[in-house]
Design a protein. Structure first.
Length: 349
């Protein structure tokens, strides 16, 4: 029996709502609109991401993992602003009301929501090619949000976690869709033509998780918010995202390629050139790239240690503009000139 839109919402989304709503939410899912209010001393932070089948996740991927990924990548944007998650809305376009797919997707989505303390407050469903649109809403103490425009000459450039995992995972994991025509141009440009195929079971588990369950750095950002002069989440490749920081702050960001952090899996599966290209131009890492004054170095290290998080100094901020690359102190030339851009390969009519 096919489900109506309202049966779909009730069965797979409204019925999964458990626990109390966040204090900022007065009325959640079930009405024509949700109601929320800004609490005293708090500003609301809003971000939206759209995930499209065979673009942002491989066709045929586990729906529970798609649900996890869909929310987590949005929460990474909140982390970059120093915000705490409150709630989110969901726009879901489906080719059909596949009950098995919906059960898995909603399980993954609500699993992530419970883990990070945010609730679904509304949304919409429609028929069409599979895509997922999530708008996440967070709170940040008024006047303390971290923007892209605060970097100053003399600041240190940092990145959390490891880079390159997302693109190596997309290329390497055993997904038929990862070898489809839709993905091949991006993979080739990210420098993965000759990545080795000798995955260990541990590599497979690690890379699978890093792709589908990227860890939004919310706890670290909450503690380091007042130390960061600027920040951005690394979703489109370090080079492109650092470029956004440089442009917004009207400074030059100098990146030391020999200081980029890589996981054991990526180190074992790639050449140096491949992993550097994956970090710079691949995207899908969802780590934080941020700047801070040199006087904050020790405190940042303490916060990272308390959070059990690797945080690496990868460069500095100078007078100038754009992004400059260095390798062991020598100016380096970029092999590629841009990170991921959804419209860069569209033909002009």
């Amino acid at each position: 029996m096919s489900l109506s839109e309202f049966e779909l919402i009730d069965r797979f989304f409204k019925s999964r709502m458990t626990g109390d709503l966040h204090p900022a939410v007065s009325l959640g899912i079930g009405d024509d609109a949700a109601i929320m209010h800004g609490r005293p001393g708090q500003s609301l932070c809003v971000c939206t991401d759209v995930l499209v089948n065979d673009v942002h996740f491989p066709a045929g991927a586990d729906p529970a993992e798609i649900g996890q990924r869909a929310l987590r990548v949005n929460l990474s944007d909140l982390a970059a602003m120093g915000a705490r998650p409150v709630c989110f809305t969901l726009g879901l376009t489906l080719p059909s009301a596949d009950e098995q797919w919906l059960s898995g997707f909603s399980s993954g989505l609500f699993g992530a929501a419970e883990q990070f303390g945010c609730s679904l407050m509304g949304g919409d469903t429609t028929r069409g090619p599979l895509s997922i649109s999530i708008t996440a809403i967070g709170e940040v103490p008024s006047g303390q949000a971290v923007s892209r425009s605060g970097a100053k000459p003399g600041d240190v450039l940092y990145v959390t976690g490891c880079l390159g995992d997302g693109q190596v995972a997309l290329h390497q994991l055993d997904f038929e869709a990862a070898e489809s025509t839709a993905h091949k141009p991006a993979l080739a440009e990210a420098g993965h033509q000759s990545v080795r195929k000798d995955l260990t079971p541990e590599d497979h588990v690690y890379l699978y998780r890093r792709f589908f369950r990227p860890e939004p750095r919310l706890a670290f950002a909450d503690l380091a918010r007042n130390l960061m002069s600027s920040a951005i989440d690394v979703s489109d490749g370090l080079h492109a995202d650092a470029g956004h920081l440089a442009r917004a702050s009207a400074v030059e960001l100098c990146i030391n390629l020999d200081q980029l952090p890589f996981s054991r899996s990526v180190l074992g599966l790639t050449s140096e050139a491949e992993r550097v290209n994956a970090a710079l131009y691949g995207g899908d890492d969802y780590e934080l790239c941020f700047t801070a004054e040199t006087a904050c170095r020790d405190r940042i290290g303490e916060i990272a240690a308390s959070a059990g998080l690797r945080v690496t100094e990868i460069g500095e901020v100078r007078h100038g503009n754009g992004v400059s690359l260095f390798d062991r102190g020598v100016a380096a030339t970029a092999d590629h000139q841009r990170g991921f851009d959804h419209f860069s390969r569209m033909e002009t009519p």
